[in-house]
Structure formats: C-alpha cells, structure tokens
Design a protein around this ligand. Structure first.
Ligand code: COA
Length: 195
C-alpha cells in the first residue's frame, strides 16, 4: 500500500476517485448519503480552488482504496464557519478536517490514524493554524438504519486528542437514502489544539 498527498489544484488527478469513495463509503450508517455526481462536483470544486487544501490518498497497487481531505476552514461554506463566527472565534486559525473514507477491507491497519497525522502535519507546516476541527453527524440512537453492533468513532477520535464541542453545532444538507431531496442534518464539531 502507498500513501500519497495531493495539494490544491493537484487534487484534480484524484477527484473522480474521491467522489467514488465518498459515494460508496458514505452510503453506510451514520451518513446514509445517496450521492450524486452533481453534488460531488459542487462539493469537490472547493478543493481545487483552495491552494492549501490536502487529499491523502491510499493506493493498493494502482487502485485508490482510501482518502482523507482537509482545508482551511475559511475556504469552507458559511454553514461550517458559522458556529465559530457566532462565538467570535478566529476562523482563520482553524484547519478543517473534512472526511476520511476507507473501503472496509483496508480498515483496522492504522490508515485512519495516518490520515489524522498527515492532515495535522500539513496544517502545522502551513504555520498559521492553531486548531484542527472536524464535524460529525448526529443520528438518534434508535435510528432504523443503525446496524446492530454499530460502534461510534467517538473513542477513536478522543484517542487522537479531539474533544467534542456541543456548543459548536451546525447543519449540513445532503440527500439521505430515504429522502426525496437534500435536507439539513445536525452536525457537531470536535476540536484539538495543534500547538
Ligand atoms: C474512519 C476510518 C477511516 C478509520 O480507518 P481505520 O484505518 O480502520 O482506522 P485505524 O486502523 O487507523 O484505527 C482504528 C483503531 O485500530 C487500531 N489499529 C488497528 N490496526 C492497526 C495497525 N496495524 N496499526 C496501527 N493501528 C491499528 C488503531 O490504533 C485504532 O485504535 P486506537 O483508536 O485505539 O488508536 C474507517 O473506519 C472508515 O472509512 N469509516 C467509514 C467512514 C467514516 O466514518 N469516516 C469518518 C468520518 S468522515
């Protein structure tokens, strides 16, 4: 397996792979994303026009089997910046970790840990970020599509040094498998200091 990084406009080379992995992996609980090429093109465009964006890509042979992305929060949508702005926090000092998607057969080998390390190292190299942040979707405990034995990633994230910050809440819209249109989903931020 090989881990590669792509920055800014360079992400164009792996855009189709990123979209494919997102649509495949995010169909699973708790995302339940019914992905479309149109949504993916709109979403991924932000990375191409942000010079400091990052994609960490895992290849097995030539096949892309996992990916993780990040970018400065200030390049992100108003919905993602809003909770920070509402509290007078400095959006410019926050590096936003957007997603990690790994095909099931490649899980449990340390790649999820590596995704955090690579993205945090990139943020530190850029030199002007003091916080790393991501947000996670909130689903009710009794959600009908929650698989038996589903293990939330909270403990994994805490071991990476992140703390859940319920006061930093927002909503992101996408179309769930059971929905006929894009609707907002409640999201909560997790933060860690980069210093
Ligand atoms: C989240 C996700 C990327 C994690 O990937 P992963 O590669 O399975 O995670 P890792 O193997 O790095 O880590 C999981 C745990 O297994 C441990 N582990 C297992 N095998 C390991 C190995 N060979 N080397 C190092 N760590 C290993 C890790 O230490 C970690 O435990 P810890 O929290 O106690 O440190 C993957 O589960 C996934 O794609 N999930 C679906 C999408 C998703 O939920 N994404 C996150 C939000 S966008």
């Amino acid at each position: 397996m090989r881990v590669e990084t792509y920055v800014g406009e360079g992400l164009r080379d792996v855009l189709a792979d990123l979209a494919r992995l997102r649509v495949t992996v995010f169909r699973e609980f708790p995302y339940l994303y019914d992905g479309s090429a149109e949504y993916e093109a709109r979403y991924l465009e932000t990375y191409l026009r942000t010079p400091e964006s990052l994609a960490v890509i895992v290849r097995d042979g030539e096949r892309v089997v996992g990916a993780s992305t990040a970018l400065p929060l200030e390049a992100e949508t108003p919905e993602l910046r809003a909770p920070f702005e509402a509290r007078g926090m400095d959006v410019g000092s926050v590096f936003y970790l957007a997603e990690s998607v790994l095909l099931p057969a490649w899980r449990g080998r340390g790649l999820g840990v590596r995704f955090f390390e690579e993205r945090e190292a990139h943020a530190r190299r850029l030199g002007r970020f003091d916080t790393a942040a991501f947000c996670a979707v909130e689903r009710p405990a009794n959600h009908p599509r929650r698989p038996a034995g589903y293990e939330p990633l909270d403990a994994f994230w805490r071991r990476r040094g992140y703390e859940k910050r319920p006061e930093l809440a927002t909503a992101l819209s996408w179309r769930d498998l059971d929905e006929d249109a894009e609707r907002p989903k409640p999201m909560t931020f997790w933060l860690r200091a980069l210093t």
